[in-house]
Write a protein that binds this ligand. Structure first.
Ligand code: NI
Length: 170
């Protein structure tokens, strides 16, 4: 297993639209293992393949407190969303140190393949529902800051670019 570098906003590669996974084979199994290791190491609740510059429809998540319930979604599709929405504070491993409110469906049903290539349907609410919507946005090339006002987004971009420049010089 290996830790993968996580792309940071505003890296243009974060806006790549991912292709479906054609086959759940050894290549994908290795990618899943590496993404889970990377997510746990970074203390994230979710990581989309897009964030590690792998542009296929694959996300890993773990919203459990004990951090021992990994969830893998391959080729996820929302089959139902609640009319009810709620605003929650979100963060993202690709937007370090930034948290802001985003409106999401309160509950969703997602159809996806698991790590063995078996199809399953998951009904989610609460943090899991938010996480699923956030990670699936990544696969469409969308980062949560794109829900914020252009002014806020501009400030975040400037702040992160400055931090990245300082990190390069350090
Ligand atoms: Ni994210």
């Amino acid at each position: 297993m290996a830790l993968l570098p996580i792309l940071s906003y505003p890296d243009p590669r974060l806006h790549t639209v991912a292709k479906p996974v054609a086959q759940v084979d050894a290549r994908i199994t290795t990618q899943i293992a590496n993404m889970l290791e990377t997510m746990y190491h970074a203390n994230g609740v979710g990581l989309a393949a897009t964030q590690v510059d792998f542009h296929e429809r694959l996300v890993v998540m773990d919203v459990s407190e004990e951090r021992d319930q990994p969830l893998v979604l391959i080729n996820p599709e929302l089959t139902w969303v609640s009319e009810e929405t709620q605003i929650n504070e979100e963060g993202c491993l690709s937007v370090p140190g930034i948290y802001d409110g985003v409106e999401r469906h309160s509950a969703v049903t997602v159809q996806a393949l698991d790590e063995h290539g078996n199809s399953r349907s998951i009904e989610a609410e609460g943090l899991l529902a938010i996480c699923i919507q956030h990670e699936m946005d990544h696969l469409m090339g969308k980062v949560f800051v794109e829900y914020l006002s252009p002014l806020k987004r501009g400030r975040i971009k400037t702040k992160l670019l400055k931090q990245q420049k300082q990190a390069e010089q350090a």
